[in-house]
Design a protein around this ligand. Structure first.
Ligand SMILES: C[S@@+](CC[C@H](N)C(=O)[O-])C[C@H]1O[C@@H](n2cnc3c(N)ncnc32)[C@H](O)[C@@H]1O
Length: 194
């Protein structure tokens, strides 16, 4: 099994996000930068994107940006790798790789996003953390507990640039919708109430 293709369950998203005061999302641009909001053809789609789309009005979101990686078929055939949702509808993003470190993704991260929320690929975790913390943006992300006990993550914890969120993640879903045991946790730089 490709360890990067494990999906967050809706109930885990709901359990964590409901712990934060609703006002933190109001008028904000949320960026899910490893999240396909649409069916990948095998019935897999991001439950983070689903959550924010369902709660768009309730949370008073300004915009939801979702981008996701897929290797281009060839240089001239780069499909849709993202969507921008607003109250008025949505538009597709194409012509880029969708990777969180693609120049367009970085531009949206640095220039548009207010809060970043995702479960990034395990194989790129260190790069992901470096980029997200360097951006200075608010974030709420999932990572494996065993990973983040190592350097260089500890440097970020010591500098108070990140702390644990409220909940652990004990299961992910495989592409076949099987439960897969996990040792994940939410991590954030949004204030929490201990
Ligand atoms: C652990 S899964 C989580 C998926 C989704 N974020 C969720 O919470 O259910 C990580 C996802 O990141 C995608 N991915 C892999 N490399 C990526 C990259 N460079 N940029 C963005 N997404 C990537 C994988 O295809 C996979 O869907």
């Amino acid at each position: 099994m490709n360890e990067d293709e494990l999906y967050t369950r809706y109930e885990d998203v709901e359990k964590e996000i409901s712990m934060y005061n609703k006002s933190i999302w109001k008028d904000k641009v949320i960026y899910c930068n490893c999240d396909n909001p649409g069916d990948d053809g095998k019935g897999n789609y991001s439950q983070l994107a689903t959550y924010f789309l369902q709660k768009f009005n309730e949370l008073g979101l300004k915009k939801l940006i979702c981008t996701y990686y897929s290797a281009p078929m060839d240089l001239f055939n780069q499909g849709v790798n993202g969507y921008v949702f607003t109250k008025k509808g949505y538009r597709e993003l194409s012509g880029f790789s969708g990777s969180f470190d693609d120049p367009l993704s970085l531009k949206m991260l640095n220039e548009e996003a207010d809060i970043v929320c995702t479960n990034p690929p395990f194989s790129r975790m260190k790069d992901y953390w470096n980029i997200i913390i360097k951006s200075g943006k608010k974030f709420l992300i999932i990572s494996d507990l065993t990973n983040v006990k190592n350097q260089p993550y500890m440097t970020y914890f010591k500098a108070n640039k990140v702390w644990a969120g409220y909940n652990r993640i004990d299961y992910f879903l495989s592409p076949k919708k099987e439960l897969v045991e996990a040792s994940g946790h939410w991590f954030t730089n949004i204030p929490i109430t201990p």
